[in-house]
Design a protein around this ligand. Structure first.
Ligand code: NAD
Ligand code: MG
Length: 387
């Protein structure tokens, strides 16, 4: 029996993970589940999967969650300490699928407790990749990518020599506004940005897909997972979202990963620790697709992507600052206090401010990451009023 916990079990990735576990209940045992505000779904999942422990990150929801689970043999906890308690339970495999930098400490705790970690929470790799990798190495456990592009990269480079790899191409759908011009982006709303043409995901990553902030995070995530330099990563807009990554080799050969736009493919690959699982997902019918398009992104339209490459080159604490400033800008866009294009302006201004004070070049240690995250949010908040 493989023991499993899911951090962020009520979200899009968490629910897809439970959907896979449901198919193999005789081999997979759910130990811990966490969520935030959707405690009804959290309680239902805890009962359905017979979990040992659940936590809501929202302290105010503790009593209601406890009430919903009364009469069931499940430990209930709340707050960040409750989430960390779940993460520290000894299991074989943990899905890290909390959204945002809130996923960093729980994911790290799971690694320190000796679990193989499937990482959907790209923010923790962007902010603290070296810390995550050191923790995995110290415990001798696996850190497995779940992001579809990174799962695809690990599938196409498998069995290849690192020296023979010349470049990785990561694709981007272009998100909700891929057919709009820059001037048409001036007035777009969070509601419009929340409609992804190809993927069904949480709201924050969906908006980040429209601005390409998501791709910027993924470029940094690719550096951390696969040790790539900026010059070894290219992003291409691929509206069909069927080719997720392409590895280019020194002999001119290329290997592309084609898969359905369904996260269960990448989650299953991580769940079975990079072995194939027989999933009843619809096969991509290339004869129906007909054409696969690729084009270079317009960096004027997608300034976030250029920022992502700059952060990758900068290294140090730049990833943590970038992610925090982006989260603050996104919160303000969601609150209608900042325009869609203003998000990149705020992030760029925040990064410039921190760089000018030479605050980003320190070693990536946990305390420094937490401190720069806090500073970046404060500075970004000030810039929100200026853009
Ligand atoms: P989501 O918004 O659907 O779910 C987020 C989960 O995190 C929920 O369970 C929520 O309760 C929990 N949560 C939110 N705030 C929290 C906090 N402060 N503390 C503790 N828990 C909190 O998000 P999602 O789309 O499932 O994405 C989850 C992660 O996976 C993100 O890092 C995202 O970038 C990444 N990812 C998602 C997809 C996708 O298809 N959805 C694809 C690739 C990567
Ligand atoms: Mg992705």
């Amino acid at each position: 029996m493989k023991n499993i916990s899911i951090l962020g079990a009520t979200g899009s990735i968490g629910r897809n993970t439970l959907d896979l576990i449901q198919r193999e209940r005789d081999k997979l045992k759910v130990v811990g589940l966490t969520g935030a505000n959707n405690i009804r779904l959290l309680a239902e999942s805890a009962i359905k999967f017979n979990a040992d422990i659940v936590a809501t990150s929202n302290d105010n929801k503790f009593h209601d969650l406890k009430e919903m689970l009364s009469g069931h043999q499940v430990e209930v906890c709340a707050g960040i300490n409750g989430v960390l308690e779940v993460a520290s339970r000894q299991v074989d495999w943990v899905m890290s699928s909390i959204v945002g930098s809130a996923g960093l400490l729980p994911g790290l705790k799971a690694l320190e407790a000796g679990a193989n970690l499937a990482l959907a929470n790209k923010e923790s790799m962007v902010a603290a990749g070296p810390i995550m990798k050191r923790a995995a190495e110290a415990q001798g456990v696996k850190l497995i990518p779940v992001d579809s592009e990174h799962s695809a990269i690990s599938q196409v480079i498998r069995g290849e020599e690192r020296d023979s790899l010349s470049k990785i191409i990561i694709t981007a759908s272009g998100g909700a506004f891929r057919n709009l011009t820059i001037s048409e982006l001036i007035d777009v709303t969070p509601e419009q940005a929340s409609k992804h043409p190809n993927w069904n995901m949480g709201q924050r990553i969906t908006i980040d897909s429209a601005s390409l902030f998501n791709k910027a995070l993924e470029v940094i995530e690719a550096k951390e997972f696969f040790g790539l330099k900026a010059s070894e990563i290219e992003v291409l807009i691929h509206p069909q979202s069927l080719v997720h990554a392409i590895a280019c080799f020194c002999d001119g050969g290329m290997k592309a990963h084609i898969g359905p736009s369904d996260m269960r493919h990448a989650i299953a690959y991580a769940l079975y620790e990079e072995k194939r699982f027989n999933l009843p997902l619809e096969e991509v019918d290339l004869s129906k697709v007909g054409t696969l398009d690729f084009e270079k992104p317009d960096l004027l339209k997608y300034p976030a992507l250029k920022l992502g490459f700059d952060v990758l080159e900068q290294g140090g604490l730049a990833g943590a600052a970038f992610n925090a400033a982006k989260e603050e800008a996104l919160d303000n866009f969601l609150d209608h206090k900042l325009s869609f294009l203003g998000m990149a302006d705020v992030v760029r201004a925040t990064m410039d401010e921190l760089s000018s004070k030479n605050q980003l070049s320190s070693e990536v240690e946990l305390e420094a990451v937490i401190d720069i995250d806090r500073q970046a949010r404060l500075i970004a908040k000030i810039f929100v009023d200026k853009f």
